[in-house]
Ligand binder design. Structure first.
Ligand code: AG3
Length: 282
């Protein structure tokens, strides 16, 4: 009896994300700050002694106060330094504001952020206030909509499109399909670049292989790159850089000062793939 009780207590003070049936990550919960189901997903925020505030969507780690910069800087800066003249940007997903924050470090004209779940935005404003002030920047245009429907409807072109989706299940599933990338091309200027997160190089390698094959039918340049993200499955994460003209290693400008992860060396090295991934992406 006493034993069961103590097990239950322990469970309540921990959050886990399972990566496979037998592996995962756990966090001790110092404070549970928020837990609600939105019409789209379960949203939770808690405080962890080491990682600070942590955002979970449907039990999957999205961002943490301590390591958000790995992912957000590396999703944004590779395209921003290699596009000849980035002015109009589109972010799909990214309601926490982390990607937006990085884009606004450049002299751009306009960033349109399309997020499906307004609750994610509200929760981030409250519990990740260092990510979200950019939502108020006058260059930011906030649209609450399904990213896939949005791009099918609009008659507008962007220089850079950044896909900050969650995993290929739930509300983000459609953002991982070939059809979506096909439609996306209609919204991209000639010199345009798309960058999307494509998952864990280890756990999602089959998905990466399929994506590589189908994206090569759509874009001339399909370059995968990998970075560490300490709190994501497998500890590293893969992105894809897509363009018909811009090349990921042809650098057009310096990155902004004061970044925590990104510099020209980390940029170049991220595109050097380990053999197992090279094989999947060839
Ligand atoms: N979006 C990608 C998160 C993927 C994490 N997957 C997981 N933990 N299984 C992050 C949103 C941050 N702006």
């Amino acid at each position: 009896m006493t034993r069961n009780k103590s097990i239950r207590k322990e469970d309540l003070s921990e959050k886990r994300e399972y990566h496979t049936q037998s592996t995962g990550i756990f966090f001790k919960v110092k404070n549970l700050l928020y837990k609600q189901n939105s019409p789209y997903q379960k949203i939770e925020v808690f405080e962890n002694e080491y990682f600070g505030n942590v955002l979970l969507l449907d039990d999957l780690v999205q961002t943490t106060e301590r390591d958000e910069f790995f992912y957000h800087e590396m999703l944004v800066h590779p395209s921003l330094i290699t596009h000849p003249d980035p002015l109009d940007l589109l972010i799909i997903g990214g309601g926490d504001g982390g990607v937006l924050k990085e884009t606004l470090k450049y002299h751009i004209k306009n960033v349109c952020l399309v997020e499906i779940d307004p609750h994610v935005i509200e929760v981030s404003k409250k519990y990740f206030p260092w990510l979200s002030p950019c939502l108020k920047d006058q260059r930011t245009e906030l649209v609450i909509a399904d990213g896939k429907k949005f791009i099918e409807k609009i008659d507008r072109k962007f220089d850079i499109i950044l896909i900050d989706s969650s995993d290929p299940v739930g509300p983000s599933a459609s953002l991982h399909q070939k059809r979506f990338y096909e439609k996306l091309k209609n919204c991209l200027n000639n010199e345009g670049i798309v960058v999307a997160q494509v998952g864990s190089p280890l756990y999602n390698s089959e998905l990466i292989r399929e994506k590589s094959a189908s994206l090569k039918e759509l874009y001339k340049i399909v370059s995968f790159y990998v970075i560490p993200v300490p709190t994501y499955p497998g500890g590293s994460w893969c992105f894809v850089y897509l363009s018909d003209n811009a090349h990921p290693l042809s650098i057009k400008r310096d990155p902004p000062l004061g970044l925590n992860y990104f510099n020209l060396e980390t940029h170049r090295s991220a595109f050097s793939l380990p053999n197992f991934l090279k094989e999947k992406s060839e």
